[in-house]
Design a binder for this molecule. Structure first.
Ligand code: ZN
Length: 473
């Protein structure tokens, strides 16, 4: 997921990549309300109708352009008899088109999906692939300008302004995380510390000496920094930190609270993906109620990852993005593999017309299907955490009785739970059963078990065990 921030390494090698050339100068008006800085109010505060009209126009142009300039799309459209000029009149018409997958991008390595000649490409990034070729992403000069603007939007929404000193702990180089944030922060006029990944003790030292006010990191790295500070005996209250801009991995509300309490910051969530641009696709404002999507640049759909059906607002599934303004690498219905939902309702910050993305729930590969329902075992863990106020050791187990699938949730009995009275244990089981049932629509069988009953892999309890194929005991 995300944009290959790769900040979990904590090596002692210096990954300094030197200077960043070609910085774009700020040329936009900043409208900063007192508590509500909005970088591009004319775009971020459009009405719903204006958003849809703009999307329609930009989609029409994008479809025409990829049909003309990208053989992959020309072949795809020809195959299904889709002529953009005649067959695209409504946003719904997009659903007629097949998806673009990460595999398609790998297969087009390095430049076959580019819609402009290489001489117009001024920057190339790439995204690592676990199998096959890397996915190569190109940017024209205008793409870079768009990118910086989008990052400026999310950073402004997260509280960053010209006064801030912003420490970027994302990887620099071919990955998009570091440079993406860098350009947006410079556009705002903040002072950027491109510390890149790793060397946590040095990060802490820089944070102290350079009076960092904004930390940009993965949520888990922010907590690692908090741990290291604790070990070094540094009181976070003595630092200048105000905000933590988090991205790069799925995280929970509990992690947000922990980051906020341990580093004395406000922490916001943001989402990016290298293939469509990098960071800047969506970001939370300080209301912390979900990530505002840059809907004037990306058209978002949520689909059922198995059937490909487009889901309703509020339903959880795989995020599919179509770029609306990208010049070098326009993508139509790109399957991100990231699981989230589009949130209903609007935010109090004033960005009313654009929709918001929920927190990411994980990767589609994490989805398991039980009784025809998509379940993400990690989400069951979030739910259990909310019920009991602490992380529980659990395992989602699929079993089969006759021809019918069963969902079981096995929960390890801790000492505390063990000493709870039988009646309290039963109450807990009932509460969990009801909550899970309301949440996913299947009533599970909840079992309290010894920790040793939970299957492990490499010393870690597996979140999901499938016993459906196993012979009946
Ligand atoms: Zn907002």
């Amino acid at each position: 997921m995300g944009f290959d921030t790769d900040t979990d390494t904590d090596t002692d090698t210096d990954t300094d990549t030197g200077e960043v050339a070609g910085v774009i100068q700020p040329n936009l008006t900043v409208n900063q309300g007192e508590n509500m800085p909005i970088w591009e109010p004319a775009k971020e505060c459009m009405s719903r109708d204006e958003v849809r009209q703009l999307q329609l126009e930009r989609l029409q142009a994008t479809l025409n352009r990829v049909y003309r300039n990208v053989s992959f799309y020309r072949k795809m459209f020809d195959r299904i008899g889709f002529v953009p000029e005649d067959d695209f009149a409504d946003l719904q018409d997009l659903q007629r088109l097949p998806f673009t997958t990460s595999r398609d991008l790998s297969d087009s390595y390095p430049y076959a999906m580019f819609a402009v000649p290489l001489r117009e490409v001024v920057r190339v990034h790439s995204s690592s692939a676990t199998t096959g070729n890397p996915r190569v992403v190109g940017y024209t000069r205008r793409d870079l300008k768009t990118w910086s603007t989008l990052v400026a939007r999310i950073l402004s929404a997260a509280g960053v302004d010209t006064e801030d000193v912003i420490q970027v702990t994302f990887a620099y180089g071919l990955m998009t995380g570091g440079l993406g944030i860098q350009y947006g922060a410079e556009l705002i006029g903040a002072s950027v510390l491109p510390t890149s990944v790793g060397r946590t003790e040095r990060q802490v030292r820089i944070m102290q000496d350079f009076r960092t006010s904004v930390l940009v990191s993965t949520p888990s790295y922010a907590l690692l920094i908090a741990d290291r500070m604790e070990q070094l005996g540094i009181d976070p209250k003595t630092l200048s930190l105000k905000y933590c801009v988090c991205a790069g991995e799925p995280w929970t509300e509990a992690m947000r609270l922990e980051i906020e309490q341990r580093l004395f910051v406000r922490a916001t969530d943001n989402y990016g993906i290298s293939e469509v641009i990098g960071p800047g696709v969506a970001g939370e404002c300080l209301e912390q109620t979900g990530m505002h999507l840059a809907e004037d640049h990306f058209y978002a759909e949520i689909i059922d990852p198995v059937s490909g059906r487009v889901l309703e607002e509020g339903e959880e599934g795989e995020l599919v993005l179509t770029t609306l303004t990208r010049e070098a690498l326009p993508l139509i219905r790109y399957r991100t593999g990231d699981v989230c939902s589009i949130l209903p309702g609007s935010c109090a910050c004033g960005r009313t017309g654009v929709r918001r993305l929920s927190r990411l729930r994980g990767r589609c590969d994490d989805v398991v299907i039980i009784k025809g329902i998509n379940i993400i075992p990690a989400r069951i863990g979030d739910l259990l955490e909310r019920i009991r106020g602490e992380r529980m050791l659990y395992q989602v187990v699929a079993t089969r009785e006759g021809h019918s699938d069963q969902l079981e949730i096995w929960i390890a009995v801790t000492e505390e739970l063990f000493f709870d009275k039988m009646r309290e244990q039963r109450t807990l089981v009932d509460v969990i059963r009801n909550k899970v049932s309301n949440f996913i629509g299947i009533t599970p069988r909840v079992r309290l078990v010894e920790k040793s009953s939970l299957q492990e892999e490499n010393g870690v309890v597996k979140l999901f065990v499938d016993l459906r194929a196993a012979p009946a005991a």
